[in-house]
Design a protein around this ligand. Structure first.
Ligand code: PHB
Length: 394
């Protein structure tokens, strides 16, 4: 009797010990990542790039992390904030996503931040780049960049290379205003003068009247920020107005000489000096591997949006692994903070205090590269290492 009991107890405890494992494997809920991206409308190239990168990450790294099956839910917000908000709400309430991600434009990230806070859902921003976004919710982590981060370097370069007067030309919303402000303050520090500040509407990119103003003001250079997707239209009008032959230099953030459109811009883009955190021509082994795999899968070149999407997936996968598959908003967020890894763009850190990305910023020049099929690329020739968002260090 005693022995039977003991055996029974033994069997019982063995069964108990095994039970959680068995239950876990069979009942483990899928881990849901809800990407909200502009797949249509003016910023559709951002959605196309990020979707391709997310799918590449999953093809390369599998769809199970720490015993959890990864389920990707991807929805199109067409770049409209009301739609982003509604989709985010549905993803949190109905789909019960574990992480929200994407956000192709600043207003879309702002619209979603309160939902992330209320539901304690980590929100990984893989595109939008106004500095203040990360301050809208303690649940936001960013893998893209900020406009202050990349605008300061080109201002410094301009000041040291004989450019004395500049007209700034930016899209009239968050990231443009950040670019204008941080370019200006650094350029003034380097002894330059800003003789005009032009803001063009985000939604109707007819640049002609503004370009005429630039021509009239005759600065040494015009500094331009426009969001990804508008660079080609801008360059076309720049050439049509004869500005390429006016002696006014064009300098920019790399959003304008975007890898998604650069090769189609043609010779008018040659020689543009710009600053950014990613070039498809970045000469590291990690990047060459990334670009080759991306191009093989998609038949187009990855741009900075793709890299931020790819790295966003890495940050999410690593956080889930760190929680041993348990997940949970606060635990995931804690595991995202402080991550350090080599991105195709170079070494990066998710700053644990600001939840924003710290990364190298490169000065590049648009060149035709014989060794790369004679195509146009942003060729890096100088670098500032490990740049924190300057809007957050004050
Ligand atoms: C933004 O809306 O924050 C944004 C979009 C595209 C860019 C940069 C910033 O290239």
């Amino acid at each position: 009797m005693k022995r039977r009991l003991a055996l029974h107890a033994l069997a019982g405890s063995a069964a108990l010990a095994a039970a959680p494992l068995v239950v876990r494997a069979a009942d483990a809920k899928p881990f849901k990542i809800g990407f909200i991206l502009p797949m249509t409308g003016q910023s559709a190239s951002t959605g196309k790039q990020i979707e391709a990168a997310v799918k590449l990450w999953m093809a390369q790294n599998g769809t199970t992390v720490a015993g959890r099956k990864i389920e990707l839910i991807l929805k199109d917000d067409a770049g409209t904030a009301d739609t982003t908000r509604r989709i985010a709400q549905e993803m949190v309430v109905n789909d019960k996503v574990d992480v929200l991600a994407g956000f192709g434009l600043t207003p879309l990230a702002f619209a979603t931040a309160p939902i992330a806070t209320q539901s304690k859902t980590p929100m990984v921003v893989t595109a939008a780049a106004t500095s203040a976004i990360t301050e809208q919710s303690p649940y936001i982590v960013r893998t893209s960049f900020t406009l202050p981060q990349v605008s300061v370097s080109i201002a410094e370069w301009a000041g040291k290379h004989g450019i004395k007067s500049v007209v700034t030309f930016v899209a009239d919303y968050g990231p443009g205003i950040d670019a204008e402000k941080f370019f200006k303050s650094q350029f003034l520090l380097n002894g330059g003068k800003v003789i005009g500040e032009i803001r063009s509407p985000l939604r109707s990119p007819d640049f002609a009247p503004f370009l005429q103003k630039v021509a009239d003001q005759k600065p040494d250079a015009v500094f331009v920020f426009l969001p990804s997707g508008q660079g080609a239209a801008f360059m076309k009008q720049f050439a049509e107005r004869g500005l390429d032959k006016s002696g006014i230099k064009l300098i920019a953030t790399g959003d304008v000489t975007d890898d998604d459109q650069l090769n189609d811009m043609g010779d008018v883009a040659l020689g543009i000096v710009n600053s950014h955190h990613y070039s498809a021509a970045h000469p590291s082994a990690a990047n060459k591997k990334f670009v080759a795999a991306f191009e093989a899968a998609n038949k187009f070149r990855p741009n900075f949006m793709a890299v931020a999407g790819y790295d966003g997936m890495r940050v999410i996968y690593a956080a889930l692994a760190a929680t041993k598959g348990a997940g949970g908003g606060d635990a995931l967020l804690a595991a995202m903070k402080g991550q350090v890894f080599e991105s195709p763009r170079g070494p990066v850190l998710i700053d644990a205090q600001t939840r924003d990305i710290v990364q190298d910023v490169y000065i590049r020049k648009v060149e035709r590269v014989p060794a790369m099929g004679n195509q146009l690329y942003n060729v890096e020739f100088d670098v500032q290492k490990q740049v924190k968002d300057p809007a957050k260090t004050k």
